[in-house]
Design a protein around this ligand. Structure first.
Ligand code: NIG
Ligand code: FE
Length: 421
């Protein structure tokens, strides 16, 4: 078969090589192809390898010389709070003086601060701000982003956030997977009666479903926020409506959220900075992905999730930014990957699997995305680095030069191709 596009002269292609979810040491067992090429037809991978690619060349085939750059699947940021109003640099000083994140929240700041900004922002303001964030992510090699609501805490504003994400998905080259997170904090109007808010969120799930605004539901299970029993109620209702379910658990205080997430069949359980040893074992024998967010530990100056121990014990791990204005104000997944290497002692190969195939798995797209295999979508990046280790070693630097999404070039030498805005 004749290819539409061939990228040749690739120094090394790196890709996960196991079936998802990739657990434990399989995460580091990736495939490498030296002096390789990749052939693409109709947005899918027709072939890749190191032998001659002449049989795929026809009159109309476009051939691009990678000039000895390295290639891997494009990255997936599977946990972000992308759409929100304003910023919280005023709270950074408080954090640096040692005032805990949850105390800032309890005093009416934190998430509530961003809720006010998000309520007051127009649709277009939210759209423009998030579009700029997506451009930053694109330049860092990200082609799929999960985006949570949760800065409305009332149906109208939650819907506004989710509609912004829907329009971004239509107009920006990055694919967006929306998650409804009405249970992100207890709105001030329900401060004295949280149970009524839990009921309201369960009622609103039907509206979100009916309007096709999200495919997943998330909840912040934390001390003074939502309990394990609140989480069970909301996620069980969401599950029954056909949503994927996931949970922010074991971020600051260990309440038992991880165990519940596994029992309910959550696709991912996220944060896990204070996970117990028993729950690590339970995760290892489940299909729930441990979605680790080391950028948040870094910014809040907290312990890192025991990612090394998890992989050593056979857990399937993914890694994301958690991009949000309060606990991880950065869109930079590559920096977060570099932090994961240094602080969690994860190997570059493990981290590559974490931000590609395992992230694709819990978003439900691993059959078509997340690794470079014949028949899968041709979504990959070229990096200006001699090898994979170098990408982590030379940290704080963006090594990504080019990105293709489903066979279409969206980034060329760090320039975004065909900006449609
Ligand atoms: O994942 N933990 C709860 N939610 C976010 C932070 C949101 C915020 O502070 O605005 C998180 O860390
Ligand atoms: Fe989060």
């Amino acid at each position: 078969m004749i290819a539409d596009l061939i990228i040749k002269n690739i120094k090394t292609i790196y890709t996960p090589n196991h079936k998802a979810p990739v657990k434990g040491y399989d995460m580091r067992d990736i495939k490498t192809v030296h002096n390789g090429y990749i052939a693409i037809k109709d947005g899918l991978i027709l072939n890749l390898g190191s032998e001659s690619h002449d049989v795929f060349i026809g009159d109309k085939t476009i051939i691009i010389d990678a000039q000895q750059k390295i290639m891997c699947p494009a990255f997936i940021d599977s946990h972000t709070h992308l759409v929100h109003g304003g910023s919280r640099e005023d709270e950074y000083g408080k954090l640096l003086q040692g005032i805990p994140y949850l105390d800032i929240l309890k005093a009416g700041g934190g998430i509530h601060n961003t809720v006010n900004h998000t309520k007051n922002a127009s649709f277009d303001e939210l759209y423009e701000k998030a579009y700029r964030s997506l451009d930053l992510m694109l330049k860092l090699g990200v082609h799929v982003v999960e985006a949570k609501s949760g800065y409305g805490l009332d149906l109208e504003t939650e819907i506004k956030q989710l509609n912004v994400a829907k329009k971004l998905n239509a107009n920006h080259p990055i694919d967006i997977h929306s998650t409804y997170m009405g249970a992100h904090a207890i709105p001030k109007r329900y401060a004295l009666n949280k149970d009524l808010y839990v009921d309201e969120v369960i009622k609103d799930l039907h509206v979100i479903k009916h309007q096709h605004l999200a495919t997943a539901v998330d909840i912040f299970c934390e001390d003074h926020v939502f309990t394990v029993s609140d989480s069970e109620k909301i996620l069980t209702a969401a599950n029954a409506l056909g949503f994927k379910i996931k949970m922010h658990a074991d971020e600051i205080k260990s309440l038992g959220g991880t165990s519940l997430a596994i029992d309910l069949g959550c696709s991912s359980v996220d944060h896990l900075m204070v996970i117990t040893d028993d729950d690590i074992k339970k995760l290892a024998s489940s299909h729930t992905i441990a979605n680790l967010l080391p950028g948040t530990s870094f910014y809040l100056n907290k312990a890192f999730a025991p990612g090394r121990k998890m992989i050593d014990q056979g857990v399937a791990v993914s890694i994301s930014t958690d991009y949000n204005p309060g606990s991880c104000p950065t869109e930079n997944l590559l920096l977060v990957m570099q932090i994961a290497a240094n602080k969690m002692k994860l190997l570059p190969e493990e981290i590559l699997t974490a931000v590609t195939l395992n992230a694709a798995y819990h978003l439900g797209i691993s059959e078509r995305s997340g690794s470079l295999e014949v028949g899968k979508e041709a979504s990959f990046i070229l990096l200006d680095a001699p090898n994979l280790n170098y990408v982590f070693y030379h940290y704080g630097i963006n090594h990504v030069s080019d990105m293709f999404i489903k066979g279409k070039q969206v980034l060329r030498n760090q320039e975004i191709v065909g900006d449609k805005r």
